[in-house]
Write a protein of this length. Structure first.
Length: 279
């Protein structure tokens, strides 16, 4: 049984590259999907015209890539917060998520939206983590029908404690997915964000596999795969055994080595890891 995952890469790794040049480089290296940070396109999703959306979609397709989805959802505009006790701010913030759902649907079919956004969902104004999680769940439930209508899946991302105090384990993310109870809301697994998990990562991926729609790969310190000591093989083995067919997407936070080196070295490293599973 081979692992037939689809390799994708997050576009902010290419920093200020024009989209067409970045797509061409990604495809040449061997990626088949592109995951986009919306702030790299515009400060507000509503500022991106229909013509621009068609242009971005055409560029991605013409360079032989598929649009995977969006992540880093709330880097811009500044000041939004989805769990705040302030109802007006919370409403504006979820309106932003609806605008992103529209953008995601316009850029490609069956897109995902990775909902991390630590600073925009963490506790504030004396809210407890449980209260913030309830607000987050209610917000997700309110936008789920629109996501389903647009063919978009919103993914609840667990975050480490050094980033956020709301939804810090995969089990907590899954609990929220089950509460919302919509096919348009699922979860994902990120190797870097699982640093605080108490169980082996492969065991978690196996247990919650049916609700995991997307996978991010990087080292525990945020560098690209192969530069640290993280053992990707157990997780990859579970994905192979469970016949995972969705995207495995490279996300990195240290761009110092350069865009193409990060992209190439990471994909070659993961390919070697997969080859060794069969030995």
């Amino acid at each position: 049984m081979s692992l037939q995952f689809k390799p994708a890469i997050c576009n902010e790794i290419y920093e200020k590259w024009p989209l067409q040049d970045a797509c061409r480089s990604m495809r040449r290296i061997g990626y088949t999907g592109i995951e986009i940070s919306p702030f790299t396109l515009a400060e507000r999703p509503g500022d991106i015209s229909s013509a621009q959306r068609r242009e971005y979609r055409d560029i991605i397709q013409s360079e032989g890539l598929r649009f995977v989805g969006l992540h880093w959802l709330m880097v811009s505009p500044k000041g939004l917060h989805v769990t705040t006790p302030d109802p007006d701010l919370r409403e504006r913030s979820w309106r932003h998520i609806i605008d992103l759902i529209d953008l995601c649907g316009d850029l490609g079919e069956n897109g995902v939206m990775v909902f991390g956004s630590p600073q925009q969902r963490c506790t504030r104004d004396h809210l407890t983590p449980a209260e913030a999680a309830r607000n987050f769940t209610a917000g997700l439930a309110s936008i789920a029908p629109h996501a389903a209508h647009c063919g978009v899946t919103v993914l609840v991302e667990a975050l480490p404690l050094n980033q956020c105090d709301v939804i810090t384990t995969l089990a907590e993310a899954v609990a929220i997915v089950n509460q919302v109870n919509s096919p348009a809301v699922r979860t994902m697994f990120d190797t870097h964000n699982a640093v605080d998990e108490s169980e082996p990562h492969a065991s978690l991926v196996d247990r919650y596999f049916d609700l995991i729609r997307h996978v991010h790969i990087n080292e525990l310190d945020g560098r690209h795969p192969g530069t640290g000591s993280y053992d990707f093989k157990p997780v990859l083995e579970v994905l192979r055994r469970r016949e995972y067919r969705n995207w495995v997407s490279l996300e990195a936070f240290d761009f110092t080595p350069g865009s193409e080196k990060i992209a190439n070295d990471s994909l070659r490293f993961i390919e070697r890891e997969i080859e060794q599973l069969a030995l």
